[in-house]
Design a protein around this ligand. Structure first.
Ligand code: DLL
Length: 433
């Protein structure tokens, strides 16, 4: 039987949800106008005032915010509450050079943790569960978010953070952990290591995993489910809007319910900014309607996905987003063709390889080159050169069909590509260096 953390909210009627959104949006726009001069200027430039926003139908009148705005306004330019009301910051790793700092009041943290608790309960979590949180703790939102959600559900929480794989496994086995929260790439690595140590899925006490923070394919989900003997649930979020728990999967596993009592989602054409009708693929845009300290209006996530309001068998009524199909800024343009790393991963996994791969893009004599290095698995390992060449050719052809361009494929020995304890780095684009 499906269980909910906040059934009256998660299963509310569409009219009720829209009512909340209308009321909260009007209030939020006023709050931002009064307290965030940076955004007020943007509204003035567009000729919009809070009086023009009477509900969700007027949302499209508001200006967008982008990562560039966050960079310009860094660190305090988008803060909407006095410092004495703020109790925490979280931040992105800044690996792309654009560090994001988000602020929280105690109320913001409370609502964020509720969202994470909804995800844990949707994955079957109760106060009888032992929940191991192996997302990084610290500035990254993964650890703190799921930790708070796990407390709210009443699970016994094991805050291992990421890394130290042997210790992770020791705690899973000794404390009989039933729920694992980490990135899908780390879950795959934990599964691989446990298998090598001789554990079979029925010896592993875990029953569910809550994996997110990076793109992962359906094939990777099946792999992880098989090795760990669990049901693997997706969870999505971003630092700018709070962290994990903006949306989460239910038992149907056909998309993630967006917590619409806190966020209004839109899909836009990333080129023109035009709002697209339901069911069309485009860039996801969020408006936070309950956040006090860092309330972003029409924030462009760069994540490409599709929204669906189809009735869900789980009983939840909130809109569902598909798994992000990539980020508009992760998209590689190789020889003029748009390539998403997730397309390459799909081909590799369909051919029986694991998600241990690396994509290397370069430019030789003014022409783009694409090389995919992928590990052989212990099952399909071969040291016969003829066999390896034959398998590489199969992958070249599979990639050509999927992407429409030629790629070089190199099969490498198991365990030669570096494992990740957080978000995996899979693309090396030498053209930018
Ligand atoms: O990754 C928050 C998070 C932590 C989500 C733990 C889920 C679990 P950031 O570091 O700010 O925040 O990165 C946000 O990661 O815009 C997406 O591109 C990507 N992302 C997050 N969840 C998913 C997912 C956290 N389930 C960026 N599938 C987002 C695909 C995801 N991509």
């Amino acid at each position: 039987m499906e269980r909910y953390y906040q059934p009256e909210i998660e299963c509310a009627s569409r009219e009720t949800i829209l009512g909340w959104q209308n009321e909260r949006l009007v209030k939020q726009v006023r709050h931002v106008w009064d307290n965030v001069p940076y955004y007020r200027k943007k509204m003035e430039e567009k000729g919009v005032t809070p009086d023009d926003i009477k509900g969700v139908a007027d949302l499209h009148k508001l200006p967008f915010l982008s990562k560039e705005d966050l960079r310009i306004a860094y660190p305090y330019g988008l803060l909407a509450e006095p410092l004495e009301k703020c109790v925490r910051i979280q931040s992105t790793s800044g690996t792309t050079g654009k560090r994001v700092v988000a602020f929280y009041t105690q109320h913001d943290i409370d609502l964020w943790e509720d969202c994470c608790a909804r995800a844990i309960v949707a994955a079957g979590g109760t106060n009888k569960d032992v929940c191991q949180v192996s997302y990084g703790y610290g500035l990254f939102t993964g650890g703190p978010g799921l930790n708070g959600g796990s407390h709210k559900v009443g699970c016994l929480t094991i805050p291992t953070s990421s890394g130290n794989t042997e210790r992770q496994i020791m705690f899973i086995m000794d404390l009989q952990a039933t729920i694992l929260c980490c990135t899908p790439s780390y879950a795959a690595y934990l599964g691989e290591t446990m298998k090598e140590m001789g554990y079979t899925p029925d010896q592993i006490p875990l029953k569910a995993g809550i994996f997110g923070a990076e793109a992962w394919s359906e094939e990777m989900r099946r792999d992880i489910e098989k090795t760990l003997g669990i049901k693997a649930y997706d969870i999505y979020g971003l630092t700018e809007t709070s962290g994990p728990g903006v949306s989460f999967e239910c038992s149907e596993q056909t998309g993630m319910h967006i917590n619409e009592d806190h966020f209004i989602a839109e899909i836009i054409d990333p080129e023109t900014g035009e709002v697209l009708p339901e069911g069309e693929k485009g860039e996801l845009v969020f408006t936070s309607i309950t956040k006090e300290a860092f309330p972003l209006l029409r924030y462009r996530t760069r994540d490409i996905c599709v929204l669906s309001r189809k009735k869900c068998s789980c009983g939840r009524t909130h809109v569902k987003m598909s798994k992000p199909m990539g980020r508009s800024d992760d998209m590689l343009i190789i020889k003029g063709v748009n390539v998403f790393p997730s397309q390459i991963e799909t081909v590799l996994i369909q051919h029986g390889y694991s998600s241990n791969y690396q994509i290397i893009v370069d430019r030789v004599n003014h022409t783009d080159t694409l090389e995919v290095q992928v590990e052989m698995t212990p099952e399909n390992f071969s040291d016969s050169l003829a066999k390896i060449t034959e398998r590489e050719k199969e992958l070249v052809s599979g990639l050509k069909t999927m992407l429409g361009i030629g790629a070089k494929v190199k099969l490498v020995a198991p365990k030669t590509i570096q494992r990740s304890e957080g978000k995996a780095v899979r693309v090396i684009d030498k053209r930018k260096i």
